[in-house]
Write a protein that binds this ligand. Sequence first.
Ligand SMILES: Cc1cc2nc3c(=O)[nH]c(=O)nc-3n(C[C@H](O)[C@H](O)[C@H](O)COP(=O)(O)OP(=O)(O)OC[C@H]3O[C@@H](n4cnc5c(N)ncnc54)[C@H](O)[C@@H]3O)c2cc1C
Length: 402
Amino acid sequence: MDFEHSERARTYLAEVSRFMKAKVIPAEATYLEQLVRTEDWTKWRIPPVMEELKAEAKALGLWNLFMPDPKYGAGLDNRDYAPIAELTGRSFIAPEVFNCNAPDTGNAEVLVQYGSEEQQERWLKPLLAGEIRSGFSMTEPAVASSDATNMKATCEVVGDEVVLNGQKWWTSGAGDPRCAFYIFMGVTDPGAERHGRHSMVIVPRDAAGVKIVRMLPVFGHLDEPHGHAEIVFDDVRLPASNIIAGPGRGFEIAQGRLGPGRIHHAMRCIGGAERALERLCQRAVGRVAFGKPLMNLGGNRDIIANARIAIDQARLLTLKAAWALDTMGTFGALTDISAIKVVAPNVLQQVVDAAIQIHGGEGMADEELTRLMMAARALRIADGPDEVHRGMVARLELKKYS
Ligand SMILES: Cc1cc2nc3c(=O)[nH]c(=O)nc-3n(C[C@H](O)[C@H](O)[C@H](O)COP(=O)(O)OP(=O)(O)OC[C@H]3O[C@@H](n4cnc5c(N)ncnc54)[C@H](O)[C@@H]3O)c2cc1C
């Protein structure tokens, strides 16, 4: 196993770290001041500071660092990008600043690997330029979507058109004013074998028959200006050329999409946990109760030690998963990828919970800590609940004995 970062990755790491400290972290307060928070998602606007930071990061070449294909981005492998993702996890605005935010990263990778020239020209180019954003519509309210074969929405090929019908929810990013398209997953051929029934289709947000019903709240917050939408697709008719890679290839594409995305999520969780631990320690050292600094009360030193141990374990496991993905591909890394999808959000949740606790009442009102808590809790469900990933790890383990 080799976790050594390349020379190029070390240079990027140093530059991203400097830019994070000098520009991104100090801009968080401005971002929040400029943010329009309202239930009417049609009034959401992008805080101007975000576009300013994006322009600066782009000019410095700190752009599309997640993209492994050097034709389209930095060309780093997963091991090399992982520590950069960790740095961006320290700030809720950072992934977007470097054009490394979900779900655009996964959608861009899909279009690089499977998109036609026409699809790449129309959708991939502006996505990689940071001019538009996108959504990924897979989960449905009517069925247990952690089993993706349950999906009911349809995308039937009729002549030279594809016709979409169904209801999706939790399409993240769909409320963003710059969101231009969704990648929709639906059933094309119910008679085909289980993993050959589905297709992925590019749906322009303004296509006739696409209706956003509402933005779903996360712990009561709408996650402006991106949102998580419930969307009805009612007889949406598109050219068949909007199908990605042709009918029936939805599952194959989904498999490829998820490996790197899980490494990114896990490393961002670790970055978030590091920031929460910093906050926890600063508070533990600086505040006094019952005549002692908080760090010397009760079991607080154990809490700090356990957080450090958990973060370092999670980082090593994620780097192992990145190494496995780089050297053996998705199917050689299934156990590791599922393992980190369970471990990293749980570690983030544990550390943030401790950081909130040591802040007392202030912790419950702290924008940074409560955002990290929401992210951790959501990630234990989004992109496959913990139980599904544990199920995968157990299945692969037991296979050795059957
Ligand atoms: C903030 C957020 C953002 C999201 N963004 C997106 C997005 O952009 N695009 C998208 O398509 N979806 C998105 N999702 C949806 C997410 O991926 C689904 O919610 C998730 O896959 C689970 O599907 P479900 O909600 O239908 O839960 P269900 O499938 O109904 O599962 C409910 C629960 O049942 C239990 N369970 C399920 N399977 C097993 C098992 N095998 N063993 C034991 N217990 C089990 C688990 O406790 C699970 O949490 C997002 C969700 C959230 C919360």
